[in-house]
Write a protein that binds this ligand. Structure first.
Ligand code: SF4
Length: 348
């Protein structure tokens, strides 16, 4: 059964009129869907019962449901979202002082296959639809209590966003739109492992979102060890990102997942300084969040904090702005793709 969240505004209007409703009632229903996050027809209290019943014969309200919730002691909530075809994806709510950030997925699995990531272990199964992307935001908003609001959205979960722009761009529009969820574009960041042609298409989108590039290494050979499917030279990726800055006026963030002994050596820091030192950007260092299966099979380790600090200092001495991401949700399935990998119950 199709869901209301899958309908365009025009299609919702037509469905309401077909069911004997008035055009203004389609706007009321849209308000319930996007503004109030109603997930059932009976929540739409100002819509007449007979109209709701007729619509309920033809449509579900949403396409997804929450299969499992992992709540960490620091308040991080990882949600396993069930899709209509039985597949699952993850999204994560990360409270941090006044901020609450949601990290969402764009694909079931991921084709990029970064060596350190659970999401890429079994490749990609399919793209998410626009509704499946937007619903992650609706679900997360519905879980916030105590007056908390969603302040930031990062498209950094499972999947490569640039390989699903057909669904992602309309989803972001719905999330940003004042008649949709109404989240400011400045609070939305999309992360890519680097697809220059798709980054150009992303740059043509209006409004302007923030761009993050998962770089991990400045050297092509080393980067290919970490991101085996990487087919674009690092220089081309950085050129595309810098062009994005030129077009949008939004400083790009480069992300580096740090792995002990692999890409956290002084030479690796020097190479990053040589590549990025003259550019207006920030480098976000992410000490690897261990995934047991990968740590054992691939011999990966999280670097000790003194190595992370030393790496950050070397970048700063080279003139770069640097942030270091704190580990969140550390006690249960914190890394991307881990909850799905374990079937939602926290165990393999
Ligand atoms: S880190 Fe991101 S791009 Fe790499 S495999 Fe995981 S989900 Fe895909």
């Amino acid at each position: 059964m199709q869901a209301l969240t899958e309908l365009s505004d025009r299609a919702l209007h037509d469905a309401v009129v077909d069911a004997g409703g008035k055009p203004f009632q389609s706007r009321q229903i849209a308000h319930w869907l996007w503004h109030h996050g109603a997930d059932r027809f009976d929540r739409m209290t100002n819509v007449p019962g007979p109209l709701r019943q007729k619509l309920a014969h033809r449509f579900a309200v949403r396409t997804t449901d929450v299969k499992h919730v992992d709540l960490a002691s620091d308040g991080t909530e990882k949600l396993l979202i069930g899709l209509g075809d039985g597949e699952t994806v993850e999204c994560v709510i990360i409270p941090d002082g006044e901020r609450t950030t949601l990290c969402i997925s764009t694909q079931v699995g991921c084709p990029v296959a970064c060596v350190f990531c659970a999401s890429g272990m079994n490749g990609v199964k399919r793209n998410l639809t626009t509704a499946e992307i937007v619903e992650q935001v609706l679900v997360a908003k519905g879980r916030l209590t105590d007056g908390r609001r969603l302040t930031n959205l990062v498209v950094m979960g499972m999947g490569e966003p640039m390989l699903n722009l057909d669904a992602l761009l309309p989803a972001l529009q719905r999330i940003h739109d004042q008649d949709g969820i109404g989240m400011g574009a400045r609070r939305i960041t999309v992360s890519t492992s680097g697809y220059p042609r798709q980054m150009e298409r992303f740059a043509a989108a209006d409004p302007s979102y923030n761009l993050a590039v998962s770089l991990h290494a400045a050297d092509d050979a080393l980067r290919r060890q970490l991101v085996p499917t990487a087919s674009h030279p690092v220089r081309d990726i950085v050129t595309a990102a810098h062009r994005y800055f030129g077009q949008k006026g939004r400083e790009v963030t480069y992300e580096v997942v740090l792995l002990d002994g692999r890409n956290d050596r002084p030479d690796d820091a020097e190479a990053l300084v040589a590549l990025l030192g003259a550019l207006p950007c920030t480098v976000n260092l992410i000490p690897w969040n261990p995934v047991e299966e990968l740590a054992v099979a691939r011999g990966l380790r999280r670097p000790a904090s003194h190595r992370v600090d030393g790496f950050a200092d070397a970048l700063r001495r080279g003139g770069l702005k640097v942030t270091v991401r704190r580990q969140r949700g550390a006690d249960r399935s914190a890394a991307c793709g881990q909850l799905r990998l374990r079937g939602g119950d926290g165990h393999p």
